[in-house]
Structure formats: C-alpha cells, structure tokens
Write a protein that binds this ligand. Structure first.
Ligand SMILES: Cc1ncc(COP(=O)(O)O)c(C=O)c1O
Length: 457
C-alpha cells in the first residue's frame, strides 16, 4: 500500500478565500491570506515555508515560546484521565491545582480564583463580580464603572462598554448603562514628554476623583483599568498614577480592577504589572500568559474581602459562570505553562533581556518619522509621526504604519499595528534570543527606511 502523505496546510489559502472562516477585526474584501502552519520558540512558518520572527508572541500571549512539548504532554496526560467535567459545585484536579498556584503567585490576599476562558470573559466576570459585591454589601446603587480613553478590555458587551477606542465601540451603540469614560488616558501627554514628576500635575489620576465627585460616591463602585495601556498604544503609566488612583478609590469606597491580561505573568519584568506600578487592586483579570495560549484560559482573582462578601446563603452566591470554566485540559496546560515560567526563571529573563529589546528599539528614534519608542520589559510601542516637533500623526488614509508593518512581514518579522493605527507593538516570547532581537531591530530599521524613502524624507 502506498504511504499516505502527511496532510499539510498547502491549499488552505484558496479555501480561506471561500470565506467560510470569518476572522475578527478583518475586512474580508480583497484579503491576502497568510496561513500559519507551525512554530517553534520565537519563530513561525507559513504554509509557503516562509519563516518569521513572532515579535508579537501571537497576540502578546505565548510567553514561554511556541512548541513546548511539556505543555503538549500535560494536555495529553490529562486527556487520558478526564477530558471534561464541569466545576459547578464540583471540582477537578487541574482546576484546584491551578487555582492554588495562581493564589500562590499573586501577592497579598489576592487568593480567590474564578476561572474563565479568556481576557474578555475575565473582564466581563470581574465587572459582574464588582456589581454583585456592592449589592451583597447592601450598596446596590454603586453599580457605576469608570474606564479610560484608549483602554481595551475585549469584545464582550461589558468590555465593549468599557472600551476606550471609539472605533471598537461606535458600531454597537447603545452600550450598557453605568459606564463612565475618563476623559483621557493617564498621562499620554506625560508619556510623550517624559515629565513624570516635576511638571506633572497628575491630572489623569485626579480625573478619577472628579468623576466620583460628579456622579457621587454612593453611585460609583468600580475603577477598571489596564495596568499598562496595551492595545491603545503601549503606554506605561507614570509611577505616581496607580498609587494615587488607589488612594482616591479607597477614600471613596471604590473597587479597583487591574486588567492584567497583557501584564500578568511576567511581561513587564515582574510576575504582575501592578506590583511594578504600585497598584493595590481588589480584583485582577488574567488570560494570555496564564496558559501562554496553548489552550484558552483566563481568571479573575479576588482579594479576601471581596470573596467574603459572597459567603452566606444562596442569595449571596456569585450567579455567574460557564460550561467550560475550570476545563481540565485548559487548566493542565496552564499548570504546565506556569511550571516552565518558574523552572526556567523566565520572568527574571524578561527583566534582564527586556532592557536589551528596549534599547535596540530606541535606536529607531534616529528616523524622522519615529516619534516615540516606549515600553517596559518585553513589551514596547513604536509610534510614527509626520512631524517630530508637533507630534502630528500621518493621516490614517496614508497607511504609513501599515506599510511599515507589511515591509517587516516581507522581511520576516511579525509586529502588530495598534494604537489607533499609529503604533507598532513588539511583545515577543520571553525565550527570544538577543540575536533574534537584533533581527527585529534591523528589519524595522530597514522597513521604516524603505517607507520613509517613498514618502520623500
Ligand atoms: C488588556 C486586555 N484585556 C482583555 C483582552 C481581551 O482578551 P481576549 O481576547 O482573550 O478576550 C485583551 C486582549 O488583547 C487585552 O489586551
């Protein structure tokens, strides 16, 4: 009998164009598909055999790198025992162990872990948890939730209602009631000017106080914010921001939710971003790095005082959850992933190699159209401008950042376009080598140069 050929992804491109698979955030008209076929470490290959450095770790997700057989083995071993069982009033071994591990890794009394299947679901759950918390406390009027311009928290209706990027909210109006948009993200201006401290009046943090005053502390119960704005343009907060926000929230009996979907599990150089940026949240949301994306997994972690508000009778129980929460296979993948992060000290590595990445990318500031390079640990943003002095952006219709991204693709580096179309994000696996970082910097340098030339700079 003739040997069967290994099935490959070749030919999938044409099938993709039949448009049965409907990808997210994508205009399907005229799409030129790239089909990813395999990956190893910080490298991915498409179905034509082209090799790319995955400078965005899929979607800032694959912290431990691709192709980790330990995670594959853990999933298979769990599959051989128990593939699926729900956790409604029941438990399974990987779910219990994962919750214990997360509680051990999170500081203080952030000890109670509600599992989900991703970031948006974690945010959805955390907001519901905060609202029920206030009801259980007899303060049901405190249902209002503050969020910030430029924030991104996912695509559920709750995370869309807390969405600070207009392009992602406008088409879905009317959104949920009770969400208060803070007028500007923290210190975008300061991030540009690098004036944290001296000139900085911390107006951004003060806005939280103004809004509580305006709507009344009896009505505002929650402040939701990414510890570091990610999709809105990779903007690390000034060091004073989160301590001030925490102080204002505590004084007004407002819960703080730090969205740690990107910064959770090491990307900023500490296990959690809020540790680095001086926040003291009541709830945190996790996903991505929890399983490095090997299987879908997320979590909300609550402090003891939040958890305790749900103890009592049936009326106090948190009335939320989903079929797949605590999925044994996803939790087994998460556990194996956290084991790798710990064993290989990858969070320390992120703190050590991160500055090399940041320094390399800062060399791109020599280009006239690179207005800012900012970031921390293994996450950075490169912002493009028409004029460095005025910081005016290129018109979006000119597609400058998109052209640079496409040039980088052609040269074998995947970066992501975000920040309203003016910023490239770089957030590679923590295992990336210095040589691969050099390649990212060189390719971006060449790609920016090529587009600059076309623009006549
Ligand atoms: C800060 C933040 N929160 C939430 C989400 C949503 O996560 P998911 O896409 O897993 O729903 C994202 C996704 O990028 C994110 O960056």
């Amino acid at each position: 009998m003739a040997e069967q050929a290994e099935p490959t992804a070749a030919g999938v491109k044409e099938e993709f164009l039949a448009q049965h698979l409907w990808p997210p955030f994508t205009q399907m008209q005229g799409i030129k598909p790239i089909v990813m076929e395999r990956a190893e470490g910080a490298v991915v290959w498409d179905s034509d055999g082209n090799e790319y450095i995955d400078a965005f770790a899929s979607l800032w997700t694959v912290n431990v790198g691709h192709g980790r057989t330990e995670i594959h083995d853990a999933i298979i071993a769990q599959m051989e025992k128990l593939s699926i069982y729900h956790i409604f009033q029941i438990a399974n071994e990987p779910a219990v162990k994962l919750a214990n591990k997360v509680a051990e890794l999170t500081p203080g009394d952030l000890d109670h872990v509600f599992l989900t299947l991703g970031g948006g679901e974690s945010v959805e759950t955390a907001v519901k948890m905060a609202r029920q918390y206030w009801r259980n406390k007899g303060k049901g009027t405190k249902y209002m939730v503050m969020f910030r311009e430029r924030s991104y928290h996912g695509t559920t209706m709750t995370s869309t209602s807390a969405q600070g990027l207009t392009v992602n909210r406008a088409k879905f109006e009317p959104l949920l009631p009770g969400f208060i948009k803070l007028g500007a993200p923290y210190c975008y201006r300061c991030a540009w000017n690098k004036t944290y401290g001296d000139d900085c009046k911390m107006e951004c943090a003060r806005q939280v106080e103004h809004e509580i005053e305006f709507y009344g502390a009896e009505n505002v119960g929650t402040m939701l914010g990414e510890t570091m704005i990610g999709t809105g343009g990779v903007i690390p907060p000034p060091p004073e921001y989160w301590p001030m926000v925490n102080e204002i929230c505590k004084a007004n009996d407002v819960l703080v939710i730090n969205d740690e979907v990107i910064t959770g599990f090491g990307r900023s150089g500490t296990w959690f971003g809020f540790e680095q940026f001086g926040s003291d949240p009541d709830l945190i949301t996790l996903a991505k790095g929890l399983s490095s994306g090997y299987l879908p997994l997320g979590a909300v972690v609550a402090r003891k005082h939040v958890y305790e508000a749900f103890l009592g009778g049936p009326a106090e129980a948190f009335m939320s959850g989903a079929t797949y929460m605590g999925h044994p296979l996803c939790c087994a993948a998460g556990l194996a992933n956290l084991e790798i992060l710990e064993r290989e000290k990858l969070v320390d590595r992120c703190a050590e190699v991160g500055p090399y990445l940041q320094e390399g990318l800062r060399s791109l500031l020599a280009h006239p159209i690179v207005g800012d390079v900012r970031g921390i640990g293994m996450v950075a943003g490169i912002e493009y401008v028409k004029d460095k002095e005025t910081r005016e952006w290129f018109p979006l219709s000119q597609g400058v950042a998109a052209k640079i991204r496409d040039e980088a693709f052609r040269r074998g580096v995947f970066v992501r376009l975000l920040g309203g179309g003016h910023v490239h994000a770089v957030a590679p696996p923590f295992t990336i080598t210095k040589e691969q970082i050099d390649t990212i910097v060189r390719v971006l340098d060449e790609s920016i140069g090529a587009v600059e030339k076309d623009l006549g700079y």
